[in-house]
Design a protein around this ligand. Structure first.
Ligand code: FE
Ligand code: FE
Ligand code: ZN
Length: 277
């Protein structure tokens, strides 16, 4: 079965996201843990979370993916920005214990001219201070497009971060198809080659989720602008190969395409039609 969902607003709680997921025909979803620009998180409603956990179990949902606000930066130059990032992520991880066994994705960060090495060190040290042995969430580093001074557009950078984290059994990777293509990994013409490289450098056992996005920009453009499935430089055939690939087909897939809810419903139907059961 294809495990698929789309990015949803968390403002009305978990049960609302569950119902929207049923509407679009998915069995998982992604959401921002709080306003994507940061700020205060909505209080957890214990009944809403419990109802969701029961409903998800009954319907055989795949793991859900919480996404950290994209304005956080673990390798900012300013210490107060790094501190805010750390507090926010630690708080997110605490709240995610209400839905144990799921995934939490974040953008490794932008080193803003301090250099990749320093960036990698700061990201690893932030992770070392928030990961706890008793937590039940897997934290995912997202592969980035390499816009500006983004860290994590090369598999080697992701690997270097993981290597410096003590509790690295808590870590995984989320591969974003738009980002890796923009970064210069040719998943259109050589998906096998890219996955072999991922396996050699990071290890495919670390790959826990896929963001399925087409790209508005050409190969290696380092831009990061998502397009609807089949309407960008990746094309429908590439997505068919990705969701059916032996090494990927059982992972959860998340759409972050420029769509309203009915657009997502349409894309999920399209992808289910491309999936070989
Ligand atoms: Fe992201
Ligand atoms: Fe993404
Ligand atoms: Zn993106």
């Amino acid at each position: 079965m294809l495990n698929i969902g789309c990015h949803l607003s968390s403002s009305k709680g978990y049960m609302n996201m569950f119902k929207e997921t049923e509407y679009v025909g998915g069995n998982t979803f992604q959401f921002f843990t709080r306003n994507p620009r940061g700020g205060q998180a909505k209080a957890i409603d214990p009944k809403d979370v419990l109802d969701f956990c029961n409903a998800a179990k009954e319907k055989g949902f795949a793991k859900i993916l919480a996404h950290a606000p994209y304005t956080l930066n673990p390798c900012a130059e300013k210490e107060n920005v790094r501190e805010f990032t750390k507090m926010t992520m630690a708080d997110d991880l605490e709240r995610l214990e209400f839905t144990p066994g799921n995934l939490y994705n974040f953008h490794p960060g932008s080193h803003v001219g301090q250099g990749i090495e320093k960036g990698i060190d700061m990201i690893a040290s932030m992770l070392n201070s928030i990961l706890k042995p008793d937590m039940h969430t897997t934290v995912l580093l997202e592969t980035m497009a390499g816009k500006g001074s983004e860290v994590g557009s090369k598999f080697e950078e992701i690997k270097a971060i993981i290597d410096r984290v003590e509790l690295s059994d808590k870590l995984g990777v989320c591969l974003d198809t738009c980002h890796v293509h923009d970064a210069g990994y040719d998943i259109v013409n050589d998906l096998d080659g890219v996955l072999t490289e991922f396996d050699k450098i990071i290890g495919l056992d670390r790959l826990k989720a896929i963001h399925l996005n087409d790209s508005k920009n050409p190969f290696e453009s380092h831009k990061d602008r998502h397009e609807k499935i089949g309407e960008g430089s990746l094309g429908e055939t590439t997505f068919s190969r990705i969701i059916n690939h032996d090494k990927l087909r059982n992972l959860p897939f998340f759409l972050e395409t420029p769509n309203e809810i009915d657009g997502y419903k349409h894309e999920i139907k399209l992808l289910k039609g491309l999936y070989n059961e």
